[in-house]
Design a protein around this ligand. Structure first.
Ligand SMILES: [Zn+2]
Length: 261
């Protein structure tokens, strides 16, 4: 039985803690201390990393020194012992893990898809997507182009709608405020705002979400929706008329709008 729980770090990071049969792994440990505290006396079996930013990697050295465990992630990151690349498959916690490259936020960014055997034979997918896909949002384009990020998000949105989405930050409410501006007529966004507010009022995480929920409420996965495309085009009026712009351009305009929102 696999359990996945968030270890809060810094202001709004989540280090995801995976446990099965007494074995422990963490994803994107930006800080070692909260992981050590969460594990208490239990050993850490391994670390997964999605991209090179310090708030996802800063705890690697300390955890490796303490637990002498393998580190799976982009080969360019210091401390990674098992370099991963697009299409790789391996097994952790007895579950198959599939690697997808998702450049955009950074060029080295990977998404990790863990396949848990379901009780009724159909597998449950768990997506660790770092700072690429957020609940109701997406990461900033620090290194990649809009076309790269759009393509990365398209790969993720093609996963089965039941796939659980474990992103690395609690940004949901701020993202939903932008989703509301980008698509004021979307009732699913309004419902999600109410649900997320209730969770945050109790200091509970709004994550994981699901791909299905993101498809319904995340404006960055809804560039094909005419209402979203119109809002993005009108917001950035000097970028050309609506009929001239494709989905990548809608995405680019949405992302620029959000950057200054
Ligand atoms: Zn990042």
């Amino acid at each position: 039985m696999l359990t996945i729980s968030p270890i809060p770090a810094f202001n709004d990071n989540y280090i995801w803690h995976l446990e099965s049969g007494g074995e422990h792994w963490v994803v994107d440990p930006g800080d070692a201390r909260p992981v050590i505290d969460a594990l208490a006396e239990e050993p850490l079996s391994g670390i997964l990393v999605t991209h090179h930013h310090l708030d996802h990697t800063g705890g690697i050295a300390g955890l490796k020194a303490r637990y002498d465990c393998p580190v799976y992630g982009p080969g360019s990151i210091e401390g990674v012992t098992e370099p991963l690349a697009n299409g790789d498959r391996c097994e952790i916690l007895g579950c198959p893990l599939r690697v997808m490259d998702v450049p955009g936020h950074t060029l080295d960014h990977l998404a990790l898809l863990l396949e848990e055997e379901g009780a009724n034979g159909s597998p449950q997918l768990h997506l660790f997507c770092g700072d690429t896909l957020f609940a109701a949002g997406c990461g900033r384009l620090f290194e990649g182009t809009p076309a790269q990020m759009f393509s990365s998000l398209s790969k993720l949105s093609a996963l089965p709608p039941e796939t659980r989405v474990y992103c690395a930050h609690e940004y949901t409410l701020a993202n939903l405020r932008f989703a509301e501006a980008a698509e004021p007529g979307n009732a699913a966004v309004q419902n999600r705002i109410a649900e997320s507010k209730a969770l945050r009022d109790e200091n509970r995480p709004t994550l994981p979400s699901t791909i299905g929920e993101e498809l319904a409420t995340n404006p960055f996965l809804r560039c094909h929706i005419p209402a979203v495309a119109r809002r993005a085009a009108n917001h950035d009026a000097n970028g050309g008329a609506l009929e001239d712009i494709d989905e990548v351009e809608v995405f680019a305009r949405l992302r620029r709008w959000k950057d200054n929102f």
